[in-house]
Design a protein around this ligand. Structure first.
Ligand SMILES: [Zn+2]
Ligand SMILES: [Zn+2]
Length: 193
């Protein structure tokens, strides 16, 4: 395409106003430019403080905290935030809340937080996806963070692929929340780590 860089950057910002995150692949296909060009556009937007790059994609700058993300710890269990499993909850007011994995992220939602968005890192491609529409593989053989392990997948089909190799139970967002709440009621305050 022969669009000027600033037009492309405006487009990226307008898409990000609609969905909280976009993958690099998506931007390449929507804009019809090379990955290098997409990265160059994103780098300029990052410099302007308008977006933040995440692994394989980009998110709106305001959905991340201002401080160094290396310092981020899970709001619930205080473990360091894992790049592969993190969950970001954006409440109606104030700074985003970080959770180490869907286990803690979904438990945090049991409190009276009314989030605007809940993003979770999906396990296969490492994209941030809408946690509410994601699928969860619970108690599989893959434990990256808290136990029982809750892995996030963009779709039920993705979760089924993993379930074949690593067992576990596939749940929707609501089912996973209920399961976690129930587990905590009978086990009390467990130490996740
Ligand atoms: Zn945690
Ligand atoms: Zn965790």
């Amino acid at each position: 395409m022969s669009e000027l860089p600033s037009t492309r950057q405006d487009l990226i910002l307008s898409w990000l106003a609609e969905s909280a995150s976009l993958s690099i692949d998506e931007l390449v296909s929507r804009l019809g430019v090379s990955i290098m060009t997409v990265h160059r556009d994103l780098d300029q937007l990052v410099k302007a403080g308008q977006v933040e790059k995440v692994h394989g994609g980009v998110i709106r700058a305001e959905s991340r905290p201002r401080n160094n993300r290396a310092m981020q710890r899970c709001y619930l269990c205080d473990s360091p935030i894992s790049e592969r499993t993190q969950v970001i909850i954006q409440p109606a007011q104030g700074d985003p809340i970080y959770a180490c994995c869907p286990h803690c992220g979904l438990l945090l939602l049991a409190d009276s937080i009314q989030p605007i968005s809940i993003l979770a890192k999906e396990f296969i491609y490492g994209r941030m996806v809408n946690a509410r529409t994601a699928a969860y593989l619970v108690n599989s053989d893959i434990t990256l963070c808290c136990q029982p392990s809750y892995l996030c997948f963009a779709s039920t089909q993705d979760a089924i692929k993993f379930q074949k190799g690593f067992s576990g139970q596939i749940m929707t967002f609501d089912e996973a929340r209920l399961a976690l709440t129930a587990e905590h009621q009978c086990m009390g305050d467990v130490d996740h780590h």
